[in-house]
Design a protein around this ligand. Structure first.
Ligand code: ZN
Length: 179
């Protein structure tokens, strides 16, 4: 419990000057907190390493946080889960997206659940308040890509799987009618 709150505080400090890309430009930390909450409420996840890694999942990718820093504060398991959720930002965006699809099935169970929750939360936000300047067809393409990533990670938590598939189906149907 203490470690999870510490991780939440750490992530809040690291993301403190970042905003979400939606029109509301919400504080970035809302997103990792929502991902951890989704794991706990929808997926009934109680594993503290997984919840702490969910709160920290974007710190290495999007802030100056290093793997060593996370390992030192929160342990090796959390650090390795966060690394599994981190794209290599030295690669072009299209390649990073392709690798997410290719690598999805090989991830550890904890990383798969965090990534499914991450995608579900992003897709849900996109339907409620799309990123500024994103056309309907760009949103639809994002949903279709996310479906490919999610496909490789299913089979470990039925409630998380069903919620992800429900959001995907709703979004793809709504966006293809709007297109
Ligand atoms: Zn995320």
């Amino acid at each position: 419990m203490k470690r999870l709150l510490h991780a939440t505080h750490f992530a809040a400090e690291k993301h403190s000057n970042q905003r979400r890309k939606n029109t509301a430009a919400a504080p970035y930390i809302n997103h990792p907190i929502e991902v951890a909450l989704h794991l706990a409420t929808v997926g009934n996840v109680t594993n503290e390493d997984w919840l702490a890694a969910a709160v920290l999942h974007d710190t290495i990718e999007d802030t100056d946080t290093s793997r060593e820093e996370i390992a030192g504060l929160f342990g090796e398991t959390v650090a390795s889960l966060v690394c599994e959720c981190t794209d290599d930002k030295s690669l072009p965006k299209a390649e990073r997206k392709r690798l997410q699809v290719v690598n999805a099935a090989g991830k550890s169970v904890g990383a798969k659940l965090i990534k499914i929750a991450d995608k579900s939360c992003n897709l849900r936000s996109m339907l409620a308040d799309p990123p500024k300047g994103w056309s309907t067809s760009r949103q639809l393409q994002y949903f279709v890509w996310a479906r490919e990533v999610i496909r490789g990670m299913l089979g470990h938590n039925q409630a998380l799987d069903e919620e992800a598939q429900r959001i995907l189906a709703e979004g793809i149907s709504r966006l293809s009618h709007e297109e």
